[in-house]
Design a protein around this ligand. Structure first.
Ligand SMILES: NC(=O)c1ccc[n+]([C@@H]2O[C@H](COP(=O)([O-])OP(=O)(O)OC[C@H]3O[C@@H](n4cnc5c(N)ncnc54)[C@H](O)[C@@H]3O)[C@@H](O)[C@H]2O)c1
Length: 328
């Protein structure tokens, strides 16, 4: 019998957050979403969440967050609010506000309240930086190469400290190249929907760097199950877990796979490497398998095919222009 809880998902109107919201609602949890809609959109959750369970606001505002938490009394808080790699380069102070101050605010709510049983944090494999060895396990040296990776690491350090000082229960998931429906396919978005969107129009996908970057692209459905496990599992408390698929693929391989799924033969073009990009980004997921019972289930071929279907529909609906306007 699955446990049902009151949950607050911060960043729940974003790509991963909206899937988590949908999953937990289907599971029977009472879910509230708090999101400032900087990159997310209410339409991502509109079909499964009532407006009364949606709060537009900023996690970096401490008093506001405390008021919301007192009203909702969540047993689990999922913190997925963040900028992204490019955003952190353009505005590192904003990145620190959202991830650093935002995390302190969430931890303070958990410390002061008697209702929060666990906080689950969306961290990133970018806390490791360039691989000293591969695949990287959770004890790999932590040397982030971007402000984004640095603030994710800072947030994890706060989690450890709040656990040590105040016994706040937490679990942190280090995610790797998540993809699937509802992912942004503007330049800020993920490589998979960006490539698909271009290739569907017969345009050449742009590879930043050599294309030999190694990735473990992970379907959002697998990630969402990991969040649910991290919230419920007694053994998840106080731990950081790599969460990814086990299939390794270079960006060049990705372009080939998409050509074969789309029945095209479009040659990629090459641009300068992305600043702060990591060449070898392959995690060891043994810890999540052993402690959480996590198992990635969606193969890359299957996940790419369903993402292509979604993107075809999304483009046909004209949602790309709505996405650009970012009104909710
Ligand atoms: N997508 C990936 O491949 C990936 C990889 C590693 C880690 N992550 C992490 O997973 C989380 C979700 O990522 P995503 O891909 O769904 O990104 P996303 O941009 O779609 O979602 C982030 C959400 O947070 C919201 N947000 C931003 N700042 C906020 C603030 N100050 N207060 C409240 N809400 C705010 C945004 O509006 C958005 O809805 C992020 O923390 C991200 O760093 C994602």
């Amino acid at each position: 019998m699955p446990v049902t809880r009151r949950c607050l998902i911060i960043g729940g109107a974003g790509f991963i957050g909206s899937h988590l919201t949908e999953f937990l609602i289907k599971k029977g949890d009472e879910v509230s979403v708090l999101d400032m809609l900087s990159s997310g959109a209410f339409r991502n959750v509109a079909s499964f969440i009532d407006k009364s369970h949606f709060i537009r606001g900023d996690v970096s505002k401490a008093e506001f967050l405390e008021k919301c938490a007192k009203r909702i009394r969540p047993q689990v808080i999922f913190n997925l609010a963040a900028t992204n790699l490019l955003g952190s380069m353009k505005d590192p102070r904003r990145d620190l506000m959202v991830t650093g101050i935002g995390t302190i605010n969430v931890l303070e709510v958990a410390r002061k309240s008697h209702f929060v049983e666990r906080v689950v944090f969306a961290s990133s494999g970018s806390v490791y930086g360039e691989a000293r060895y591969s695949p990287q396990d959770e004890v790999h040296p932590l040397e982030p190469t971007s402000p984004y990776g640095a603030t994710k690491l800072l947030a994890e350090k706060y989690f450890r400290v709040w656990k040590e000082l105040y016994d706040v229960s937490y679990s942190s998931l280090r995610l790797y190249n998540v993809y699937g429906p509802r992912q942004d396919y503007s330049r800020q978005g993920g490589v998979i929907p960006i490539f698909i969107s271009r290739m569907l129009k017969g345009q050449r996908p742009m590879i930043e760097g050599s294309g030999r970057q190694k990735r473990c692209f992970t379907h959002v459905t697998d990630v969402v199950r990991a969040f649910a496990l991290a919230a419920d599992h007694p053994q998840a408390d106080g731990l950081m877990f790599n969460v990814a698929s086990k299939e390794v693929c270079t960006v060049l391989d990705l372009a080939d796979k998409l050509n074969s799924l789309l029945g095209t033969s479009i040659e990629p073009i090459f641009g300068p490497p992305r600043l702060g990009d990591i060449m070898d980004f392959r995690p060891d997921i043994n810890l999540a398998e052993k402690k959480l019972g996590y198992e990635p289930k969606i193969s890359l071929d299957e996940g790419l095919a369903s993402t292509i279907d979604w993107l075809r529909k999304d483009e046909a609906d004209g949602a790309s222009s709505r996405r650009a306007s970012r009104t909710s």
